[in-house]
Design a protein around this ligand. Structure first.
Ligand code: NAD
Length: 477
């Protein structure tokens, strides 16, 4: 018996968890359960993270966590427990298989079978945000080499182990050449290690449009956190199955499994919710544990239930469904069919028990040379020429002002009079003759900028790594 942690969550959570556990028990899943309380009750008890220290200990001890949806109370101060759990436990890969079950679940896309592998820990979800001036707020987009290597490797390993043919990377590297550029570069490096799997790259905007219209063209998709969050909901919605999809959050030590939907407060307590999302989350968990036989048994019984047109209210259709059932009745219908296989929908068979190998990341260091600094200044004048000419006087012997941009667009020494300027100026000072400078010279410059009456709100050092520029040029530079 394998002990796992469960949390019944909020809203419809307890109803769908009870139904899921009933199916797991009837199928003979070799599991024992240790229950923890998380979510609304814990938040409102004054714990702004929605989880107690003891519950963290339980999750970390058992390593496998089956979680029903929770309600994050509205208003300030409450942190998303999902985001905290993913990041605290290093659950770096969010895997969401999305499939259509036409004609038993209504969708325009009859042959869709996509797996979205979303990076789960970084990107804009690092949540590092600051207000810097009267007018400007900033959110840092952090993309790291270990993060990219781990998720790209996971996507190709997933494809290989699950007999998938192609991995497509979605990014916006035509605009974000440093951050998304790194994601794509690492994707290419990892793809070269898997010559048996086709790989390609698409720009996220057209890729999302194509995914929404031609989902059958995609197999495995790997992408950064925010893009993955958005496209996985689009994919689930067009498959007609937001209430049906499960998701895994995979880490090196711990993993968490859940439904993709929320706590559905509008139908909580009515006992009509569809338990399929959490049940499919539990199937993913069993597969992760190598329990392919029980997982197949449950998944085939579930497909047969759909095929027999026994449907909960969310997918029930007058005329095509045969019976409308509530949560428990649906679970009972799945249990009755344990051991049976669907005849129209593809039964699940021969799923590989091979475990997915994680990347062993090795840190490399590079030759780093400081060649200048971007000083960000809060200044409410609107005339860029006046601003730049005045700031140039703050240049020191070592660092000279060469460029000012506003919202990334060059406005000094020459810009367009049409460009709107906020009170947030990025001012690029570089060393004379590309000489390598020290942090002390940056400090001297900042002192001079202050003495000339400017309000420096932050700096970014301009480095070369192994002789390659490590920063973007200004638009128009
Ligand atoms: P939701 O997914 O809870 O509900 C959206 C709609 O889908 C509702 O009409 C609901 O009735 C329906 N629905 C969802 N699951 C269903 C099911 N299993 N069967 C039948 N119908 C179902 O999204 P929401 O209303 O935006 O969010 C409600 C709460 O859930 C919020 O507090 C949100 O923060 C939280 N949430 C939690 C998670 C999670 O724990 N993983 C994920 C998303 C949202």
């Amino acid at each position: 018996m394998r002990k796992i942690t469960i949390a019944k969550g909020d809203g419809i959570g307890p109803e769908i968890m009870d139904a899921t556990l009933k199916v797991l028990k009837a199928a003979g899943a070799p599991l024992e359960y240790e229950e923890i309380k998380i979510g609304k009750e814990v938040y409102l008890d004054g714990n702004s993270s929605g989880i107690s220290t003891e519950s963290w200990d339980t999750i970390r001890r058992n390593k496998i966590f089956l979680k029903a949806p929770i309600t994050t109370p509205q208003g300030g101060g409450y942190k998303s427990l999902n985001v905290t759990t993913r990041k605290s436990l290093n659950l770096f890969a969010n895997v969401r298989p999305v499939k259509s079950y036409y004609p038993y679940v209504d969708t325009k896309h009859h042959n869709m079978d996509v797996v979205i592998v979303r990076e789960n820990e970084e990107d804009l979800y690092a949540g590092i945000e600051h207000r810097q001036t009267d007018e400007v707020e900033q959110c840092l987009k952090l993309i790291t080499r270990p993060g990219c290597e781990k998720i790209c490797k996971y996507a190709f390993e997933y494809a290989r182990v699950n007999g998938r043919k192609k991995v497509t990377c979605f990014s916006k590297d035509n605009i974000m050449k440093q951050t998304d550029g790194l994601f794509r570069k690492v994707f290419n490096e990892v793809a070269a290690e898997y010559p048996d799997i086709e790989s390609d790259h698409m720009i996220i905007d057209i890729a999302s449009a194509k995914l929404a219209n031609y989902p059958e063209d995609f197999d495995v998709i790997v992408t950064a956190n925010l893009y993955g969050d958005i496209i996985s909901d689009i994919a689930a919605e067009i498959a007609g199955s937001v209430g049906l999809c499960g998701s895994s959050n995979i880490g090196e030590q711990c993993s968490m499994f859940e439904a993709i939907h929320g706590s559905a407060p509008d139908i909580a307590g009515k006992k009509i919710a569809n338990p399929s999302g959490l049940l499919n989350g539990a199937v993913l968990m069993l597969r992760h544990l190598g329990e392919q036989e029980v997982a197949n048994k449950i998944e085939n019984a579930w497909l047969k239930t759909l095929e027999d047109k026994i449907h909960t209210a969310d997918i029930y259709k007058e005329g095509s469904s045969v019976k409308k059932v509530n949560t428990q009745e649906f679970a009972d219908a799945v249990i009755e069919r344990l051991g049976q296989k669907p005849s129209e929908l593809n039964p699940v068979e021969n799923v590989s028990s091979e475990t997915i190998q994680f990347l062993k990341y090795e840190r490399k260091t590079h030759k780093k040379e400081l060649k200048g600094v971007d000083v960000f200044i809060h200044d409410s004048r609107t005339n860029a020429v006046e601003f730049g000419d005045e700031l140039k006087k703050a240049s020191t012997g070592d660092l000279e002002l060469i460029l000012v941009t506003n919202r990334g667009v060059k406005v000094w020494p020459e810009g367009f009079s049409e460009t709107f300027c906020t009170d947030h100026w990025r001012c690029r000072f570089v060393s004379k003759d590309e000489k390598t400078i020290s942090n002390q010279e940056v400090i001297e410059l900042l002192k001079s900028v202050g003495e000339h009456g400017f309000d420096a709100i932050k700096t970014e050092n301009l480095y070369y790594f192994d002789g390659e520029r490590g920063f973007s040029l200004g638009q128009g530079q």
